[in-house]
Design a protein around this ligand. Structure first.
Ligand code: CA
Length: 231
């Protein structure tokens, strides 16, 4: 369950190369060849990361990046700028506009994928495809396995995704609405009460290993994963 990537690039050969490299890295890939197509794709479904070319036919990647950073829904969306502009002033402009990383053409596809992985690790570890751990918990996304003190614990897919998200951001309190957007996708219309149902199921699954107290209710705010005593 690695993340989904939107590749925004107007040169077909480079779009193909980048998409192929990202698919090979285990990511789900969608493509856009203009700022407008990218906006439509992002509107339809929020990707987990965007690889964004600077020079596009209808506008610039930098303009799109600024728009993404202004919008609440896309403010935290990880973006890697891809460009032939390698001058220091261009790199600074790109990073100042809010890019998480900056890759200069020509680039090695392997390096690009390793940068994608690094950005995911830093910004959205639940999509990096690597093992996550917190306290006695270890999650292996590739094998779809949850371990408590090294022993496997079985749970449903929704509980697995919820736990993966919480383990990626331990000690932080999340409102139900935020968990819905982050775990179930922000265009899915389900009630916030659904989160409570899955939290109950998750605690039940973890209770088999005596780890249910890790998933804590913070009254009036939401839920958090913490190995500290409940407040
Ligand atoms: Ca271009």
């Amino acid at each position: 369950m690695a993340g989904s990537i939107l590749v925004v690039e107007d040169e077909p050969a480079i779009q193909e190369l980048v998409s192929f490299a990202c698919s090979g890295g285990g990511y789900k890939v969608r493509r856009a060849d203009s700022v407008r197509a990218a906006q439509e794709a992002i509107h339809a479904q929020l990707p987990d990361l965007v690889i964004l070319d600077w020079m596009l036919p209808d506008s610039t990647g930098i303009e799109l990046l600024r728009d993404l950073r202004r919008d609440e829904r896309t403010r935290a969306l990880p973006v890697i700028l891809l460009t032939a502009k390698g001058a220091e002033s261009d790199r600074v402009a790109g990073l100042d506009a809010g890019a998480d990383d900056y890759v200069v053409k020509p680039f090695s596809p392997r390096e690009l994928v390793s940068r994608v992985r690094a950005v995911f690790r830093r910004r959205a570890p639940q999509h990096s495809g690597e093992s996550l751990s917190y306290g006695p918990l270890t999650i292996d996304p590739a094998r779809h396995e949850v371990l408590v003190d090294g022993k496997p614990v079985r749970m449903g897919l929704a509980e697995f995704k919820l736990l993966k998200y919480l383990v990626s951001h331990p000690e932080r309190v999340f409102a139900r609405g935020h968990l819905l957007d982050s775990v179930w996708g922000d265009h899915v219309f389900i009630e916030e009460r659904t989160v409570d149902v899955h939290v109950l199921r998750l605690r039940k699954a973890l209770s088999a290993a005596g780890a249910e107290a890790l998933v804590q209710t913070v009254r009036g705010l939401g839920y958090r994963l913490s190995a500290k005593a409940e407040q």
